[in-house]
Each structure stands twice: as C-alpha cells, then as structure tokens.
Design a protein around this ligand. Structure first.
Ligand SMILES: [Ca+2]
Ligand SMILES: [Ca+2]
Ligand SMILES: [Ca+2]
Length: 364
C-alpha cells in the first residue's frame, strides 16, 4: 500500500487524531490508525489478490454493471450519483482498487440514508451501515424471476429461460426479508420482513467490525448462553425439519430443508422435464445437464456449454431459492425464518408435481 503520513491520512478521512486514538490523551481501548489499517488489510475488503478484485484483469477495465461493488472508484461514483439503476453505473472504471477506506469514508457514503435494492424497493433501515447494503444486496430478486416467467405455464420448458443467479453474499437483502424480496416469493404467501433481532444488533456494523469484518461470538453469548458457534444459536421452539431435535442451531433445519430441496429439484427434472439436472456450487451457471445421470455435476459436466437449458418456470423459481440459500452462507443468522419460508414454499410447490417428503416439516 502507499505511504501516507498519519496526519494526511486522518485529514483525508476527515477524522481527528484524537478520534482515532493516536493522541497521547486518547483512551487506551481506541484502535490506532495502524490497528485499523492492519485489520482492513487482513480482511477480504483489503485483499488485492482476491478473485473479487482481479476477475477483470485480462479485460483491462471493470464494466459499469460490475464496478459498483468490485472497485472503490465505481462505488464512489455510484453513491455520489443518482443511483438510478440498483448496483449499476453507466461507465467502466480502471483496475486495481479494492473496498478501500474511501469507499466508506467519503461525504456521499456518510450522507447515504436510503439505498435501492434489485427489487426496486428503497431501504432506509441501516443508518451508518447503509454503504454495506450497496454491495451486499445481490443482483436479482423475486421481481426478476416474476418478470422472466410472467404469463408462462409452470411446467412448460421455455427455450429462452436461463438460470437467474442472485449473486454472492446478498446479506442485506436476506436481512430485509420480504421487504427487499431477495428470495423468490410464492404468490399468496406472507414472508418474514426485516430480521430485527434486538435494538443494539440490527445493523451490519452492530455485529461486524467495519474493518476486520469479523463478528465476535462474545457479542452473542451474553444472551445466547452456551452457544459454541454462531451456527449453534437457537431460540425458535418449533421443530422445523421434523427430526425431533429442537435444540440444534437454527442453521440445522435450514441445511436440512436445503438438502431436501436439492433432491426435489432433481426429482422434478427427472420425472417432469425428463432432462436430469445437477448442481455445482462453484461453476457458472451452477445448474448443468446431468448427462451420465449420477446426480452429480462432474468436471466434464460442470462447463458452460453443458449448462442446463430445459428450464420450466417452476424449476427456475425453486433453483433461484436453492442458490440464494447456498450463496448466503450466513442466512441462518441474517434472517433464519425467511430462509425456512423460502425453502418450505419451494418444496411445497415442487410437491404439486413430484413426491416430496413434507412429513413433519413446519413453516415458520
Ligand atoms: Ca429439528
Ligand atoms: Ca435437524
Ligand atoms: Ca453427472
């Protein structure tokens, strides 16, 4: 990283030395500027080598549809402009930045109160964490899927349907649940809105350190006594996955219903579409033709030319939700009941056409 004097650094950020604990009279517990820089450098936001910041190196520039979330320049251009299309600016930007200090420490970010989401809904619930929601909102929503499938028969294979991918870690969308509509929401169902939790732990930086990005388990165990990991936290009394265990972490039934949805998706593709499908969590676009019918996307199958191309609206909706829960690996803590509702409804919808084991499972 470049060399700054401490004074120029603090001036550039608009913070005084006393605020950051470099002053001799400042309190001991305040992080020093070098603590902050170190924490940030060790975090994914400061990782220059990451795929999230190097993916465009061969192209020479980052297009406007990617730049808002994958570069400092794009993020700042976006929040200081009209934010007309969620997550998109109208120009490409240069390579070489990450989520640098200036992304969050600039006037527009500081003044940012409301942020448009992919569904078109504008959310103003995050206070000084609003800037986080610009990038951690995903790139698609219930609305995207509804628009693509409008007027089509549920079980008709439509040649120009392709998989719709929500994109990585849309934590702000899941936290806002049925307000932001980041999952595909089945008509006639009601969905959990914002996961409001407790007053002091509602925004991103209430839980995450803004620089290391880490969450400390001690923040949780004052109330969630005895929890040994985030995933083992449990409050809800209902046995959502029907296995008789109501003390397992809320992540347990989410994982169980997610696995059942994977099975149901494959059963539907086999029996109704009659073109088997297999999922790969790392190869774009994630759903592939299972040509050898072993249930797995093998290395020869998980390639773009073999992408699944026999989508029906019903399959697309279930697959969209399957991918959302797969890619938002912390959905169990950002909005567990929203996740369970999306999974339950996807299973129930597929059960109209194929045998799905709904025994004992409960919708929150
Ligand atoms: Ca259970
Ligand atoms: Ca279980
Ligand atoms: Ca296979």
């Amino acid at each position: 990283m470049q060399h700054f004097t401490l004074k120029s650094f603090c001036l550039a950020l608009g913070v005084s030395a006393a605020m950051v604990g470099t002053d001799a009279t400042a309190q001991d517990q305040a992080p020093t500027i070098s603590d902050i820089i170190e924490a940030w450098l060790a975090s994914p936001h400061g990782d220059r080598t990451s795929e999230a910041f190097t993916h465009w190196n061969e192209d020479g520039e980052i297009p406007g549809v990617c730049a808002v979330c994958h570069s400092s320049t794009g993020a700042i251009d976006y929040v200081s402009g009209p934010m007309t299309t969620p997550g998109v600016i109208d120009h490409a930007v240069g390579l070489g930045t990450t989520v640098d200090c200036v992304v969050c420490h600039n006037k527009s970010a500081a003044a940012l109160a409301s942020v448009p989401f992919p569904s078109g809904v504008v959310v103003d619930a995050f206070g000084s964490s609003a800037i986080c929601t610009v990038c951690h909102q995903g790139r698609a929503s219930s609305q995207t899927v509804e628009t693509k499938t409008a007027g089509l028969e549920d079980d008709e294979v439509v040649g120009d349907l392709g998989f719709i991918n929500v994109h990585y870690k849309p934590s702000a969308s899941t936290m806002m649940g049925g307000v932001a509509r980041g999952g595909f929401e089945y008509p006639g169902k009601t969905y959990k809105g914002q996961f409001t939790h407790v007053p002091d732990l509602n925004t991103c930086t209430d839980c995450h350190s803004p620089h290391s990005l880490q969450v400390s388990l001690e923040t949780c165990t004052t109330c969630h006594k005895g929890a040994e990991s985030f995933a083992s936290i449990r409050i809800s009394p209902a046995d959502f996955d029907g296995d008789g265990d109501t003390s397992e972490g809320i992540a347990g039934p989410i994982a169980e219903l997610h696995a059942r949805l994977g099975t149901a998706i494959q059963a539907y593709a086999n029996e109704v579409i009659k073109v088997p499908v297999a999922y790969s969590d790392h190869a774009y676009p994630y759903f592939f033709a299972d040509t050898d019918m072993d249930g797995i996307a093998g290395s020869g199958e998980a390639i773009y030319p073999n992408r699944y191309q026999s989508w029906t609206p019903r399959l697309l909706k279930a697959a969209y939700n399957y991918q959302l829960v797969a890619k938002e690996t912390a959905i169990y803590t950002h909005n567990p009941h929203y996740a369970l509702q999306l999974l339950y409804d996807s299973l129930e919808n597929l059960s109209e056409k194929v045998a799905v084991d709904m025994d004992g499972i409960v919708r929150p």
